[in-house]
Design a protein around this ligand. Sequence first.
Ligand code: FDA
Length: 376
Amino acid sequence: MYDYLIVGSGLFGSVFAYEASKRGKKCFLIDKRNHTGGNVYTESLEDINVHKYGAHIFHTNNKEIWDYVNRFAEFNRYTNSPIANYKGEIYNLPFNMNTFNKLWGVIRPEEAKKIIEEQKQAAGIKAPKNLEEQAISLVGTDLYEKLIKGYTEKQWGRSAKQLPAFIIKRLPVRFTYDNNYFNDRYQGIPNGGYNVIIEKMLEGIDVRLSVDFFKHREELEQLAKKVVFTGMIDQYYDYKYGVLEYRSLHFKTKVVEETDNYQGNAVVNYTDKETPYTRIIEHKHLEFGTQAKTVITEEYPKEWKPGDEPYYPINDAKNNEIYKKYKQLADQEADVIFGGRLATYKYYDMHQVIGAALAAVSKEFAETAPDFTGPP
Ligand code: FDA
């Protein structure tokens, strides 16, 4: 008899399995995919680590989490500095003095602030009614038209006028010449890819792949005293309160033979409306690769329907209401721990899901944990 049946080998399931087995518990981990790691899994193509489920850049402000992941792998010095391609014009992201210089020819921060302020005033929006008005009221018309509108409309598959204002709460604008996307103290990519971390966490643990919990639920549940469930919570309860909705993505990955350097940067966002994908990832640049060929992935946003890969939860009022009902049921379960992005219907960055798993471990083993949740 196992102590825990862990459903899902993403970061939540793997951290839980590692910590529980360190405490002498027997774990049995299953995943419906044919590999471990969940969405942080990388696949080697032309000797390049390809981020199969979208680019994953680790970043955190929390020293405990940073020290924790560094126990499993060394991290490189990768700093996320995406660029935007708007109809062939190149701009630095996040919005900073390099972006403003390219847009308006301004050199000093005061000049950039003045232009943004003038555009906000000219738009005269007092109470934004939709995403378009919200974005213009935050950063003015030029940044909105060239760098926000097309990208956001593709991402959500709707006009910015039909999208609610709350989607964009704030738009970080930086008045320094700093292209580092994240404000966090620590960031990087694990040398050898995330698989190295997952493999170390799961060393010595019984793992079975290509096993869907729902296809063998009864027999699986009998194998362990408790279940750690990281799949979709609505499916766990047979969709009795309805289906929780997501946005999905479609990835087109290609080996480029003709060149060893396709776009000169790991992440290029296409911010016009016409290009059908939102961004192209050139994977080798995440690891400063020097391979002879290169591999790129085009990322296409996609409407989600049941059966598709669920990527981004749609946390609007309707879905949050449904989730609340499932959560009430989950809270009554004595022998099931729900965790990770699908079981809590929440977008988590990697450092946050690791923090949540470590907090679940502390709760389960009645230990006082260091502050792993940390600042966002
Ligand atoms: P995850 O989805 O990884 O794992 C769940 C596992 O459960 C899966 O392997 C699944 O197959 C399995 N499963 C589900 N149902 C099952 C069933 N019925 N039976 C058996 N197995 C089942 N974060 C960050 O910090 N930096 C970044 O750059 C990015 N980038 C990024 C890009 C994109 C496109 C997305 C969508 C997300 C990111 N993230 C990110 C977030 C990151 O992917 C996320 O924090 C973790 O993958 C969450 O790990 P989980 O364990 O919660 O889920």
